[in-house]
Ligand binder design. Structure first.
Ligand SMILES: [Zn+2]
Length: 212
């Protein structure tokens, strides 16, 4: 997915409403007034919550196991989590075991709408890459066998983060529950708000809220 394909929600003001659209229309969808001459629309783009995973180096990235966030995300959807290295390669532990996909080979359909759960400043990049190698080599993740309940994508990412010793998140990487509650849920909740607005626009052409 190229940045041009990203469906950006735009909000503008008209007839005492905030109106959310994907493209500012010729006429206001509420009052039918032509918008061309209007000076006070004050359009702005809602912050787009997703990234193309391989364009977000040294990050923990999350996507639905099947499909993408905008089309397929709901509360009980299975999510898949992975790590990117400083070159944008994706390192993940999935049913075939440990996988490493070089940046240029990353499937952009799969990873084009990802959430960044953790990332680090540039100064940490070298340590981050070294820690990926250490978790794979020293802890033997190359030979481990996937188990959807006991040894899954989260197990690998948490093992990596425990070895990374990155202070801002160190308290949340001991178990999946704390990690999920403190780091994943806030991001998916924020994304869900965008997804809800996006889906309403797709369904009705626009979404409006009174400007109080
Ligand atoms: Zn209007």
């Amino acid at each position: 997915m190229s940045p041009d394909d990203e469906p950006h929600v735009i909000c503008f003001k008209h007839c005492r409403n905030h109106i959310f659209v994907l493209k500012v229309p010729v006429q206001c969808p509420l009052c039918n007034h032509p918008l061309e001459q209007c000076k006070n629309l004050l359009p702005f783009g809602l912050p787009y919550p997703f990234v193309v995973a391989n364009q977000s180096p040294c990050s923990v990235v999350l996507r639905p196991s099947v499909g993408d966030f905008l089309s397929d995300f709901h509360n009980n959807v299975d999510l898949h989590i992975a790590v990117t290295d400083s070159q944008g390669a994706i390192v993940e532990f999935d049913s075939p075991g440990l996988l490493r996909t070089a940046n240029r080979s990353v499937d952009r359909k799969l990873w084009g709408q990802s959430l960044v759960i953790v990332t680090v400043p540039d100064a940490w990049f070298h340590h981050w890459d070294t820690t990926i190698v250490r978790v794979i080599e020293e802890q033997g993740w190359k030979r481990r066998i996937y188990d959807s309940d006991k040894l899954n994508c989260y197990s690998f990412v948490l093992a990596f983060l425990r070895l990374l010793l990155y202070e801002p998140i160190a308290a949340f990487v001991e178990n999946t529950e704390a990690f999920s509650r403190q780091l994943i849920v806030p991001k998916t909740t924020q994304a869900a708000k965008y997804i809800t607005i996006y889906r309403k626009i797709k369904q009705f052409g626009f979404l409006s809220e009174p400007d109080l």
